[in-house]
Write a protein that binds this ligand. Structure first.
Ligand code: NI
Length: 136
């Protein structure tokens, strides 16, 4: 039997959305306040969903202590209280939109979790705006 378990965590990061091939006017038109050249912060809420078989011996899809450890070690410790554009390697050439942040987090966790497990990332940039990655 398969089930989905999830863990919710929070991190705070700063970023700037900018496309250097666009004019300043177009950047402001498309990215609005997120184009501020002095950066600005968001309080992100990350929900990591893990889908897999319920193990017959443990009764777990995944040991939640292990999931917590992996998220802390590989995501929170790298993203929390950081400037994503400047301090996080993956965003030096990639706009840190919520969509791209979710994709980067999925790629990171995909390397750390058992291949038998499916992963879905839900990332809230604000209370009202969120993304899910990938589409299954
Ligand atoms: Ni922003």
């Amino acid at each position: 039997m398969r089930a989905t378990v999830s863990r919710k965590v929070y991190f705070n990061s700063s970023h700037r959305l900018h496309n250097s091939s666009w004019s300043d006017e177009k950047n402001i038109e498309i990215f609005g306040k997120c184009n501020n050249k002095y950066y600005h912060g968001h309080n992100y809420t990350l929900i990591v969903k893990v889908i897999g078989n319920i193990d017959s011996e443990s009764g777990f899809v995944i040991d939640m202590k292990l999931l917590k450890h992996i998220i802390t070690e590989y995501v929170i410790n790298r993203f929390d209280h950081k400037n994503l554009n400047i301090e996080v390697e993956e965003f030096k050439q990639l706009n840190p939109t919520m969509e791209n942040i979710a994709m980067v987090i999925w790629n990171i966790l995909r390397k750390e979790l058992d291949r038998d497990l499916d992963i879905i990332i839900k990332l809230h940039e604000t209370e009202n705006n969120c993304v899910e990655y990938p589409l299954l």
